[in-house]
Design a protein around this ligand. Sequence first.
Ligand code: INI
Length: 161
Amino acid sequence: MNVYDSNLDATGLRFGVVVSRFNHLISAALLEGCERALVQRGADPEAIDVAWVPGAFEIPQAARMMAESGRYAAIITLGSVIRGGTPHFDYVCIGVTDGVREVMRDTGIPVAFGVLTTDDVEQALARSGGEDGNKGGEVALAAIEMARLRSALGKPAGDCK
Ligand code: INI
Protein backbone atom coordinates (compact mmCIF):
# COMPACT_ATOMS: atom_id res chain seq x y z
CA MET A 1 0.00 0.00 0.00
CA ASN A 2 1.12 3.55 -0.64
CA VAL A 3 -0.31 5.77 2.08
CA TYR A 4 -0.16 9.55 1.86
CA ASP A 5 -0.54 10.74 5.42
CA SER A 6 -0.37 14.25 6.85
CA ASN A 7 2.77 16.16 5.78
CA LEU A 8 2.95 19.52 7.56
CA ASP A 9 6.31 20.73 6.22
CA ALA A 10 5.84 24.23 4.77
CA THR A 11 9.47 24.64 3.74
CA GLY A 12 9.80 26.13 0.26
CA LEU A 13 6.05 26.69 -0.21
CA ARG A 14 4.43 30.03 -1.08
CA PHE A 15 1.09 30.95 0.51
CA GLY A 16 -1.55 33.53 -0.34
CA VAL A 17 -3.61 34.79 2.59
CA VAL A 18 -6.85 36.72 2.06
CA VAL A 19 -8.11 38.50 5.15
CA SER A 20 -11.25 40.56 5.70
CA ARG A 21 -10.93 44.02 7.28
CA PHE A 22 -14.45 43.77 8.76
CA ASN A 23 -14.21 42.99 12.51
CA HIS A 24 -10.54 43.99 12.23
CA LEU A 25 -9.48 42.98 15.74
CA ILE A 26 -10.55 39.38 15.13
CA SER A 27 -9.03 39.27 11.64
CA ALA A 28 -5.69 40.57 12.93
CA ALA A 29 -5.62 37.87 15.62
CA LEU A 30 -6.46 35.16 13.06
CA LEU A 31 -3.70 36.46 10.79
CA GLU A 32 -1.19 36.37 13.63
CA GLY A 33 -2.09 32.76 14.43
CA CYS A 34 -1.91 31.84 10.76
CA GLU A 35 1.51 33.39 10.17
CA ARG A 36 2.88 31.86 13.38
CA ALA A 37 1.77 28.36 12.35
CA LEU A 38 3.17 28.68 8.79
CA VAL A 39 6.55 29.93 10.02
CA GLN A 40 6.72 27.29 12.78
CA ARG A 41 6.26 24.68 10.05
CA GLY A 42 9.13 26.10 7.99
CA ALA A 43 7.57 28.73 5.72
CA ASP A 44 9.67 31.78 4.86
CA PRO A 45 7.80 34.94 6.02
CA GLU A 46 8.75 36.46 2.65
CA ALA A 47 6.81 33.66 0.96
CA ILE A 48 3.52 34.63 2.65
CA ASP A 49 1.54 37.24 0.66
CA VAL A 50 -1.35 38.87 2.53
CA ALA A 51 -4.23 40.59 0.70
CA TRP A 52 -6.72 42.61 2.77
CA VAL A 53 -10.28 42.94 1.47
CA PRO A 54 -13.22 45.03 2.81
CA GLY A 55 -15.39 42.16 4.08
CA ALA A 56 -15.91 38.42 3.95
CA PHE A 57 -18.11 38.79 0.89
CA GLU A 58 -15.07 39.98 -1.09
CA ILE A 59 -12.84 37.09 0.03
CA PRO A 60 -13.66 34.69 -2.84
CA GLN A 61 -12.77 37.25 -5.52
CA ALA A 62 -9.33 37.93 -4.06
CA ALA A 63 -8.80 34.21 -3.41
CA ARG A 64 -9.56 33.55 -7.08
CA MET A 65 -7.05 36.21 -8.20
CA MET A 66 -4.39 34.52 -6.11
CA ALA A 67 -5.34 30.97 -7.11
CA GLU A 68 -5.41 31.80 -10.83
CA SER A 69 -1.98 33.45 -10.63
CA GLY A 70 -0.41 30.01 -10.23
CA ARG A 71 2.04 31.43 -7.70
CA TYR A 72 0.70 29.76 -4.57
CA ALA A 73 0.81 26.25 -3.17
CA ALA A 74 -2.32 27.08 -1.17
CA ILE A 75 -4.58 29.99 -0.28
CA ILE A 76 -5.81 30.72 3.24
CA THR A 77 -8.95 32.77 3.87
CA LEU A 78 -9.51 34.56 7.18
CA GLY A 79 -12.28 36.69 8.62
CA SER A 80 -15.40 36.61 10.72
CA VAL A 81 -19.09 37.03 10.09
CA ILE A 82 -21.02 37.80 13.25
CA ARG A 83 -24.78 37.32 13.42
CA GLY A 84 -26.76 40.55 13.67
CA GLY A 85 -30.46 41.23 13.73
CA THR A 86 -31.04 40.89 9.98
CA PRO A 87 -30.66 38.15 7.33
CA HIS A 88 -27.50 39.92 6.07
CA PHE A 89 -25.42 37.43 8.10
CA ASP A 90 -26.85 34.51 6.12
CA TYR A 91 -26.19 36.10 2.74
CA VAL A 92 -22.59 36.98 3.59
CA CYS A 93 -22.03 33.45 4.96
CA ILE A 94 -23.50 31.84 1.85
CA GLY A 95 -21.49 34.16 -0.41
CA VAL A 96 -18.16 33.43 1.23
CA THR A 97 -18.62 29.68 1.69
CA ASP A 98 -19.99 29.05 -1.81
CA GLY A 99 -17.40 31.40 -3.31
CA VAL A 100 -14.42 29.77 -1.62
CA ARG A 101 -15.65 26.30 -2.58
CA GLU A 102 -16.03 27.40 -6.21
CA VAL A 103 -12.47 28.79 -6.31
CA MET A 104 -11.12 25.50 -5.03
CA ARG A 105 -13.24 23.49 -7.49
CA ASP A 106 -12.41 25.71 -10.50
CA THR A 107 -8.68 26.08 -9.92
CA GLY A 108 -7.65 22.91 -8.08
CA ILE A 109 -5.62 25.04 -5.65
CA PRO A 110 -6.28 24.23 -1.98
CA VAL A 111 -8.19 27.05 -0.28
CA ALA A 112 -8.40 26.76 3.50
CA PHE A 113 -11.53 28.20 5.11
CA GLY A 114 -10.74 30.29 8.17
CA VAL A 115 -13.81 32.49 8.22
CA LEU A 116 -15.55 32.33 11.59
CA THR A 117 -19.35 32.36 11.50
CA THR A 118 -20.53 33.08 15.02
CA ASP A 119 -23.58 34.19 16.98
CA ASP A 120 -21.69 36.94 18.82
CA VAL A 121 -18.34 38.69 19.29
CA GLU A 122 -17.49 36.56 22.33
CA GLN A 123 -17.57 33.35 20.26
CA ALA A 124 -15.35 34.99 17.64
CA LEU A 125 -12.84 36.22 20.25
CA ALA A 126 -12.71 32.75 21.82
CA ARG A 127 -11.72 31.27 18.44
CA SER A 128 -9.17 33.91 17.48
CA GLY A 129 -6.61 33.41 20.23
CA GLY A 130 -8.98 32.99 23.18
CA GLU A 131 -10.10 29.95 25.12
CA ASP A 132 -11.01 27.93 22.02
CA GLY A 133 -7.63 28.41 20.33
CA ASN A 134 -6.81 30.22 17.11
CA LYS A 135 -8.62 29.10 13.97
CA GLY A 136 -6.03 31.00 11.89
CA GLY A 137 -3.35 28.56 13.00
CA GLU A 138 -5.59 25.53 12.48
CA VAL A 139 -6.47 26.43 8.91
CA ALA A 140 -2.83 27.21 8.13
CA LEU A 141 -2.06 23.56 8.94
CA ALA A 142 -4.93 22.42 6.70
CA ALA A 143 -3.46 24.54 3.88
CA ILE A 144 0.01 23.02 4.27
CA GLU A 145 -1.39 19.49 4.42
CA MET A 146 -3.50 19.95 1.29
CA ALA A 147 -0.63 21.63 -0.60
CA ARG A 148 1.61 18.66 0.20
CA LEU A 149 -1.11 16.17 -0.72
CA ARG A 150 -1.61 17.93 -4.06
CA SER A 151 2.11 17.79 -4.57
CA ALA A 152 2.16 14.05 -3.83
CA LEU A 153 -0.94 13.13 -5.86
CA GLY A 154 -1.12 15.85 -8.47
CA LYS A 155 0.81 19.00 -9.27
CA PRO A 156 4.13 19.74 -7.50
CA ALA A 157 3.59 22.52 -4.92
CA GLY A 158 7.29 23.35 -5.17
CA ASP A 159 6.64 24.74 -8.65
CA CYS A 160 4.66 27.63 -7.14
CA LYS A 161 7.09 30.50 -6.89
N1 INI B 1 -18.46 41.35 6.48
C1 INI B 1 -17.76 40.57 7.32
O1 INI B 1 -16.62 40.17 7.00
N2 INI B 1 -18.27 40.23 8.53
C2 INI B 1 -19.50 40.65 8.94
O2 INI B 1 -19.92 40.31 10.09
C3 INI B 1 -20.26 41.46 8.06
N3 INI B 1 -21.57 41.94 8.45
O3 INI B 1 -22.05 41.57 9.53
O4 INI B 1 -22.20 42.68 7.73
C4 INI B 1 -19.71 41.80 6.80
N4 INI B 1 -20.37 42.58 5.92
C5 INI B 1 -19.72 43.24 4.81
C6 INI B 1 -19.67 42.36 3.57
O5 INI B 1 -18.77 41.29 3.74
C7 INI B 1 -19.20 43.17 2.34
O6 INI B 1 -17.93 43.70 2.58
C8 INI B 1 -20.15 44.32 1.98
O7 INI B 1 -21.47 43.85 1.84
C9 INI B 1 -19.71 44.99 0.66
O8 INI B 1 -19.77 44.09 -0.43
